[in-house]
Ligand binder design. Structure first.
Ligand code: ZN
Ligand code: ZN
Length: 482
């Protein structure tokens, strides 16, 4: 008998490994949460509030800090030590620091989706506020979570950590999306800006965000009062490493930068039976295959040819044995777009095609689940992008910064610009590939390891240096502009 639970657990890992910040439907949907215990009965596991002997203290040099983060990666919703280190660093620099932002939202979600809150699972958002006179309020965000990917880079500081995801799937853990570089650059930027505090005035808000890879951490922090309990920013800034840009370089998009990310589960219903007597069945594999093919016409025939869109069926599972026609098939889709109209058109089209194909075969109507915790597209404010790019170019050399086309990956940094205040925001790319390796890859058929690859080994020293220099320059320019 086909068991969905075991399949969805394995799928959780597959989805994690393929897309930045793609929420896995199997990670978030609540099909197993029949009874929802109350929050009061949950086992509340608090973050340590002090640095333990195995953790770097405030002021540790950036390379040692990076090496620690890389060797001690923590999965989404479990960023216990990372968040403590970030909080302690801000405290030592004179910020007013709050921790555990997003905890209420996260624990409620865990109870809703998993029926429990597992050990060390919680919301580990950190907010530091540094008031430095009149002027703009600027928020700088780093994300902290690692991925359930077993590292295979072979570098001396490779991670050997094995841990359970927040839903209980055990796997190797690795900073395969470079969030360790983001954290280190964020610390370096905070140190620089505080050291230069006589040169600017305004309010600096540094936030360390959990669970970006689930597309949930920004939501959790906003839901728990990021923009109500703390000053409202005039600008939001973030950076992300790039696995296709040489170290020392920065790239940015003006306008749309990253895509809407939607996850859709289609459960195709059939009537099972003996593989030798198909006339007695309604074969869900045939119906599902037909749905997969028909879905491809959404992008090729319905979307405007100049408008980017993706419909990918990442998983198609059915049946258990050669000679049994199963009674169900399950398709898991990732759906990408930029604008709201294209997104709505794709989601409606998926539903229409799935139902119509089932009807064409005389099969029962399929069940269609659209993950409500989707990630909205990221829009870089063009004016902010121009100001920041000019400042970054002045700091690292105008030859080292370029405009880049948007990508179909997703980033929940978008959430910070999607509140009613519509805060102008910018996320830019910092090159992380050794220049020689990058040059060699241009003439070779072998591509470079992408983000989320077990082989992604950033050229960390120059990447961190560029991350710190660029973010410091962008923030200073915005403080000094007004
Ligand atoms: Zn990622
Ligand atoms: Zn990432």
């Amino acid at each position: 008998m086909f068991k969905f639970n075991s399949v969805t657990s394995a799928l959780a890992l597959a989805v994690f490994a393929t897309a930045c910040a793609a929420p896995s439907p199997s990670e978030t949907q609540s099909e197993t949460a029949a009874a929802t215990p109350s929050l009061e009965t949950a086992d509340l596991t608090q973050a340590p509030i002090e640095i333990t002997a195995d953790m770097p203290t405030a002021g540790t040099n950036l390379i040692d800090l990076y090496t620690y983060f890389h060797m001690n990666p923590e999965l989404s919703f479990k960023e216990v030590k990372s968040s403590t280190i970030m909080a302690k660093e801000l405290e030592s620099l004179g910020f007013k620091v709050s921790t555990r932002l997003g905890d209420t939202w996260t624990r409620e979600k865990s109870l809703r989706d998993n029926g429990e809150v597992r050990d060390r699972v919680g919301g580990y958002g950190v907010v530091g506020v540094f008031e430095n006179g009149d002027g703009p309020t600027i928020l700088i965000r780093a994300d902290m979570d690692a991925l359930p990917v077993a590292e295979r880079t072979g570098v001396p500081h490779a991670s050997t950590v094995i841990d359970e995801t927040w839903t209980g799937v055990s796997n190797g853990v690795m900073h395969a999306c470079g969030h360790d570089i983001h954290m280190t650059s964020w610390v370096g930027t905070a140190r620089n800006l505080i050291a230069a505090k006589d040169d600017w005035s305004g309010t600096l808000i540094m936030i360390a965000q959990p669970a970006e890879e689930l597309g949930n951490g920004a939501k959790a922090m906003i839901a728990d009062g990021l923009f109500d309990r703390f000053p409202q920013p005039d600008y939001n800034l973030a950076l992300h490493v790039s696995a296709s840009l040489p170290s020392g370089k920065v790239a940015y998009s003006s306008g749309y930068a990253l895509a809407n990310v939607d996850s859709v589960d289609i459960t195709v219903k059939g009537v099972g039976g003996h593989g030798a007597y198909p006339q007695t069945t309604k074969d869900p594999v045939i119906v599902g295959s037909s749905i997969v093919m028909a879905l491809q016409t959404l992008v090729s025939r319905n979307v405007h040819p100049q408008t980017p869109a993706v419909v990918t069926v990442g998983s198609f599972k059915a049946g258990a044995k050669h000679n049994i026609i199963s009674d169900e098939a399950k398709l898991l889709l990732t759906v990408r777009s930029y604008d709201d109209e294209t997104r709505a058109m794709l989601l409606e089209g998926i539903e229409r095609i799935a139902k119509a194909q089932a009807m064409a075969f005389g099969a029962p109507e399929p069940e269609i689940f659209i993950e409500p915790d989707s990630i909205p597209s990221t829009y870089n404010d063009p004016e902010l992008a121009a100001t920041a790019a000019a400042a970054i170019g002045a700091a690292i050399g105008a030859d080292n910064i370029e405009q880049a086309p948007p990508v179909m990956g997703g980033e929940d940094f978008s959430e910070y610009s999607r509140t009613d205040a519509k805060i102008p925001s910018l996320i830019y790319w910092v090159g992380a590939v050794e220049p020689e390796k990058w040059a060699a890859a241009q003439d070779s058929e072998l591509g470079l390891p992408s983000l989320h690859s077990p082989f992604f080994a950033p050229d960390y020293e120059p990447t961190i240096e560029t991350g710190v220099t660029s973010m410091t320059a962008a923030a200073l320019a915005l403080f000094q502009e007004s």
